[in-house]
Design a protein around this ligand. Structure first.
Ligand code: HEC
Ligand code: HEC
Length: 279
């Protein structure tokens, strides 16, 4: 093989490789779309604002690829190692840990980053505002007064909200009173569509929440958040016991006062005595 043919082979090879990699590039971005929407979208938007985690629009400009690969695989390892940027976002998000994405290879994560760089699918369309009927239904679904259509567990078996219309809820998961402020309506909707938290995901895997139910629940949580300042706190602690004992003492006092002139014997004792005497 002379030098000229070697050169030609190399050029052709490089061109082929380039075409091939470009082609792979678009195929990868398509895969990134699916991975992002099934794993990340519950917590992150691309240009739709904060959810559980930061809006990822422009993150590929803010951070290096090496940093992103490391962070996405295990943000906690990076935070524990004291990486200043990782510690900073962690603190900004009230120390909410992002789950490790150990299931993804570098190539998978690069697919996802490619999708993020492309702007994702754009922000999700805004939901129609909830009607009073939606809010009422949402409250009933939250407490299990109305069953979820596909038989999923009522939210208050794990979550609590501070609202006078709701009798206490579970403490397994976060209080949702202010979740609307924290993650927004689209964020709550995304979480209900595909819960990014293992415990909650397991609860609805075979019992998905329908879009109508999601709309009602989002409306209810927005309402709870708006009215939170007007609600009585539900955590009475031992005030309830002390209050009970105190009220009992007060009532006993009132009863004895009201009955202070009561007759020492039975009411018909006088009649009985008279009867006995007349005989
Ligand atoms: C359960 C919620 C959750 C899921 C699922 C999740 N994240 Fe996160 N993510 C967070 C939170 C919260 C933060 C804020 C910082 C932290 O936790 O350390 C974050 C931070 C990030 C950051 C850093 C952003 C910045 O501005 O520096 C990137 C990048 C990121 N996530 C990418 C992803 C990708 C990609 C996926 C899907 C493979 C994903 N996340 C899935 C919650 C989540
Ligand atoms: C089996 C328990 C369980 C049930 C049932 C459940 N969740 Fe969750 N949910 C969780 C867990 C666990 C988390 C993760 C956050 C935490 O640890 O509290 C979570 C997180 C959330 C978040 C995000 C909270 C935040 O501040 O980031 C929202 C919103 C939410 N759930 C709404 C609901 C709604 C609405 C329902 C009813 C349809 C529901 N959940 C039912 C366990 C549950």
């Amino acid at each position: 093989m002379n030098l000229k043919t070697l050169w030609r082979t190399l050029v052709a090879g490089a061109a082929l490789a380039l075409v091939f990699s470009l082609d792979m590039g678009s195929a990868q971005a398509a895969g990134g779309d699916q991975k992002f929407n099934s794993v990340c979208a519950g917590c992150h938007s691309i240009g739709g604002g904060k959810r559980v985690g930061p809006d990822l629009k422009g993150v590929t400009d803010r951070r290096s690829e090496a940093w992103l690969l490391k962070f996405i695989k295990s943000s906690q390892a990076m935070i524990n190692a004291g990486d200043p940027d990782a510690v900073k976002v962690f603190n900004e998000y009230n120390k909410t840990p992002m789950p490790d994405m150990a299931q993804f290879s570098d190539a998978d994560i690069k697919d996802i980053l490619e999708y993020i760089k492309g702007g994702g699918g754009g922000p999700a369309p805004a939901m129609a505002p909830a009607t009073p009927a939606d809010i009422k239904l949402g409250g009933e679904l939250f407490q299990g007064i109305v069953r979820l259509k596909n038989g999923g567990a009522a939210c208050n078996s794990c979550h609590h909200v501070t609202n006078d219309a709701v009798i206490g809820g579970g403490v397994l998961a976060k209080d949702l009173t202010e979740v609307f402020t924290r993650v927004g309506g689209t964020g709550v909707g995304a979480i209900l569509g595909k819960p990014p938290f293992p415990v909650m995901e397991a609860a609805y895997k075979d019992a998905p929440i329908t879009p109508e139910e999601s709309r009602a629940l989002v409306g209810f949580l927005q309402d709870v958040d708006k009215k939170r300042a007007m609600q009585t706190p539900k955590d009475y602690g031992n005030q309830l016991v002390l209050g009970g004992v105190g009220m009992f003492a007060v009532l006993m006092g009132l009863y004895s006062f009201a009955w202070r002139r009561r007759k020492p014997g039975p009411v018909n004792q006088a009649i009985f005595d008279r009867q006995v005497k007349s005989q």
